[in-house]
Design a protein around this ligand. Structure first.
Ligand SMILES: *Cc1c(COP(=O)(O)O)cnc(C)c1O
Length: 401
């Protein structure tokens, strides 16, 4: 296949339903920390599939897992067990506080599963309680129920009527959460770092308080770790850095390292689906489970998380140097889910200029940049990216003078 010309990209995009503004680039290949466009221009990638490509682009271990598993078994049907499914479920449970797993294809579906399980549990064990407390500015996905659970203001007027039963309260506000609990409340669901909101971490006391509230009122605690899970925040799961005993955790993004797989992982005490309540054609399909298993093996290897934390510290140091030089704000986040306040500069404008300069970034808000590089990041790429960012900021600074 020959590479598409710039004109091809312009013309063929009309065959796609427009759902978001995309730059006129067509990426042809990826290699570790880099993406290459139709003109073979390299970009240092700090988006990485949206905090998905745990090991970067096309790592050997994923290629090998795909080749091996695709030759052996791609789809026996969800009505049967398969080996990668069993092994991945065991591995997730052995490395967390949880006991059982249901695999899905996307983070939104994993959260749908969590919402369904909570409602089923409420039906069986809490007199039909069904309301779930979620948080303002949260993001839980784009199915109808997960959009209803999401606390993004822009979602509020869309696709009415929404799925009912979600009470939104301010994040990091324990008193407001407690005040929102009533006899019909069954669960509290939160991101431990609100990713799409702009990398806003939950306070330690808030999470400890939520955990206590859930125990006191017999509520399920659901942590949406679709973005924070699988090493992203410097521990295998973010809940491990908090004083919390969640009943349900959802995973996605980094779990597949770039392939579509997600999971709902639960405490067996809340396991209550009857046969037929939950399913899905591709759930636990061996191809994706095998790839995810290969990704997880790397993340669990001796020294992997220690390096994530070392490079995170270095990244934060370099960001604060940059902040001083250009009058940016504070750095926030954990591990390799970081953000910085852009001060007087526009986040989206920096993103565009950085892309031209060969650095892919995300601006989750007008005043912020988010960094979600591969977890295999080293000091070398940090230096390279920071230098590109400094170049862009210098251009903007000079233009403003
Ligand atoms: C991305 C994300 C989701 C949705 O995952 P999809 O795979 O896009 O459905 C849900 N929750 C959080 C916290 C996310 O970051």
């Amino acid at each position: 296949m020959t590479s598409p010309s710039d004109n091809d990209v312009l013309a063929k995009q009309n065959y796609l339903i427009p759902i978001t503004k995309r730059p006129e680039l067509c990426f042809l290949r990826g290699e570790g920390h880099y993406l290459f466009d139709q003109n073979d221009k390299p970009y240092l990638d700090w988006i990485q599939g949206w905090a998905v490509n745990t090991l970067g682009h096309s790592p050997q271990v994923m290629q090998q897992a795909l080749i091996k598993q695709s030759a052996q078994l791609i789809n026996p049907s969800p009505a049967f067990f398969n080996q990668p499914m069993l092994e991945l479920a065991e591995r997730l449970c052995e490395n967390s506080k949880f006991d059982q797993v249901f695999f899905t294809n996307s983070g939104a579906e994993a959260n749908e599963g969590a919402i369904k399980l909570a409602r089923k549990w409420g039906q069986k064990h809490k007199s039909g309680a069904f309301k779930i407390i979620t948080f303002q500015h949260s993001f839980h996905g784009r199915t109808l129920a997960t959009m209803s659970a999401t606390g993004k203001e822009a979602f509020a007027p869309l696709f009415e009527p929404k799925v009912s039963g979600f009470t939104k309260v301010p994040y990091n506000d324990l008193a407001a959460t407690e005040a929102a609990i009533d006899g019909q409340t069954v669960a509290v669901m939160l991101e431990l770092i609100q990713g799409e909101a702009g990398v806003i971490p939950a306070d330690a006391e808030f999470v400890a308080g939520l955990d206590a509230l859930c125990k006191q009122h017999n509520l399920l605690l659901i942590v949406d770790e679709v973005q924070t899970g699988i090493g992203r925040t410097g521990s295998l799961f973010a809940y491990q850095q908090y004083q919390a005993d969640p009943h349900i955790m959802t995973l996605g993004k980094g779990l597949g390292g770039g392939v579509p797989i997600a999971a709902m992982v639960i405490d067996k005490s809340v396991s209550c689906f009857d046969y037929g309540d939950q399913g899905g054609t591709y759930n636990g399909n061996p191809l994706m489970c095998a790839v995810s298993g290969a990704v997880l093996q790397e993340v669990l290897a001796e020294g992997f998380m220690a390096q994530v934390n070392r490079v995170s510290e270095y990244f934060c140091q370099q960001l604060s140097v940059l902040a001083k030089e250009f009058g940016l704000g504070a750095t926030r986040g954990k591990g390799l889910l970081l953000a910085i306040n852009t001060g007087n500069y526009s986040g989206p404008q920096i993103v565009e200029l950085a892309r031209d300069a060969g650095l892919l970034l995300n601006a989750p808000r007008e005043d912020s940049l988010r960094f979600m590089p591969a977890l295999t990041l080293t000091e070398t790429e940090v230096d390279e990216g920071i230098a590109l960012l400094a170049e862009v900021l210098t251009t903007l600074k000079n233009a403003a003078q």
